[in-house]
Write a protein that binds this ligand. Sequence first.
Ligand code: SF4
Length: 296
Amino acid sequence: MNKIKKKTKVKRLINTKRRSIIKRVKKSILKSLKVLPQPYVNLLNLYKTAMESGTQLRFGRSTIPISRIVNQFYCEQKFEFTEQQATLLNNEAIKLSDSHELSKQKGDEGHTADLPFVEHKTEDEIWIAAFQKNRKIPVSIREFHGLFKFDGFYINGSIDSAVFHQGKALSVSEFKFRPSLRLYDTDRIQGNLYGLLLQNLGFDTSELIIRLICFNSNDREVALLTNKYFPDDGNSLKEEFKFNSSEANDKLVWALQYWKSEREALKTTHIGKCRKCEYSLNCRNNKNPLQMELPL
Ligand code: SF4
């Protein structure tokens, strides 16, 4: 009798052990089958389409970075000279910077903390956290990359820092490192265009705040750390405003006229900019018949 009892006990133990192993395996399978948010799946498909499209834009680009578009608003002619020179000097590097691979690499390195609730995450985990419905605390990301299609063009951008909560984009921060504490209209346009990027990526941008921060330092990491622990130490200048979608839209429509070759590059009418411009000699020899005001 005792023998039978012992056998049953052993059998039960084996079954319990087996059940717990099955439970653990099931859990790990479910974990590996994480559901990616649809906007992220769309983005991955868009990266693929953009790379396969083989689009050849000005300067051999297949996508147009927001950080480049912004320079058109300072002086489009200067932007063109700079891009032509860069294309000549560094054709391969420019092509590479268009690829998602590089942006992904950079992104993986750059997803580091700058706010208390930041977590180190992979690209997949970032998107899952940004859209997670029951998440209690926001997720803050450094170097957030994205791409969207606008009027047939692929526009890409890398946001210095962004905060998300349950599918809402709460803030975008753009950092500038300058010898003097100054923010320009081009910075405001850049911040607003990043808002447009997030909107097109599928985030709710109804409460999105654009934050511009200029640091009086050449050392990016030291400046960011100082700002984190001593936010009002006088070594930075901050400005924030609400994202304006229609304004960002209008700016992009204007900038793309140049990429569509609907007009020549426009020259600034601010003589002060020309005085300190390294291309002033070339520019004077090459008068632009379409001298118009830049839309600033
Ligand atoms: S000289 Fe003036 S107009 Fe010409 S590229 Fe330079 S800033 Fe622009």
